[in-house]
Design a protein around this ligand. Structure first.
Ligand SMILES: [Zn+2]
Length: 231
């Protein structure tokens, strides 16, 4: 089977929106490469590449890794991906400088993004999802709040002495709300950048995993040149 040009897309979604699950499903459905900036960083750091060592220097000094380093890692990675293969960027671009660099790098190869997929979930729902995690202090098994009462179990049902159930600092409502606020501040300008270019597709994420996945596939089908249909 000869493929049309692979789809090139960027995936956005707040923490708790199921972005990782959707990325995995898209990789399987479309056969495109999943390029996660977090994975790239880990790869460069553990292999001690030039860019990895550069990044490590900033990190060791407690400084932010500059855009050039991140851009270098991502551009380097996607230039290895053939026209027919396509890719899905995850965790990049984080700001408009990175978005512009990506656009320029693709343009040099006569390529462009086909779509920017933004999985949208209300903050109140994300807070409900993310702050619903409790763990046993003794065995670390996870527990959720009772859906009826909204209260987590008082004691672990697995530990013989009934270990205390508590919520980690990162999972409290306040901590989750803070993470979401940082996410919105960071992504709003990038989403606007792509909205202006007519690339942004907002996908309602408060549905089943399958329903969200099929919405994304439908959107990509109408993305124009690069789209493939696998029914
Ligand atoms: Zn326990």
């Amino acid at each position: 089977m000869t493929a049309a040009n692979g789809i090139r897309l960027v995936l956005f979604g707040p923490p708790g929106a199921g972005k990782g699950t959707q990325a995995q499903l898209l990789r399987e459905s479309l056969g495109i490469e999943h390029v996660s900036s977090g994975d790239l960083f880990r790869h460069h750091l553990s292999n001690g590449t030039e860019l990895g060592e550069l990044a490590r220097g900033y990190m060791n000094r407690g400084e932010l890794v500059p855009d050039e380093v991140t851009i270098g890692m991502v551009i380097d990675r996607i230039s290895d991906i053939g026209d027919a293969d396509g890719f899905m960027l995850d965790g990049f671009p984080r700001n408009t400088t990175q978005a512009e660099a990506l656009e320029a790098a693709l343009g040099e190869r006569d390529q462009r993004l086909d779509r920017v997929v933004h999985i949208q979930v209300e903050d109140s729902e994300l807070i409900r999802r993310l702050s619903n995690r409790y763990v046993c202090r003794a065995c670390q098994r996870p527990f959720a709040r009772d859906p009826e009462t909204g209260v987590p179990p008082a004691k672990c049902v697995y530990c013989p002495d009934g270990g205390d159930i508590y919520q980690r600092d990162d999972d409290t409502e306040a901590a989750v709300a803070n993470r979401l606020s940082i996410y919105h501040q960071e992504t709003a300008p990038v989403l606007e950048f792509y909205r202006q270019r007519g690339l942004l597709a907002d996908i309602p994420g408060e549905r089943s995993i399958d329903a969200v996945h099929h919405s994304v596939l439908r959107i990509l089908d109408t993305a124009g040149a690069g789209a493939v249909s696998k029914s």
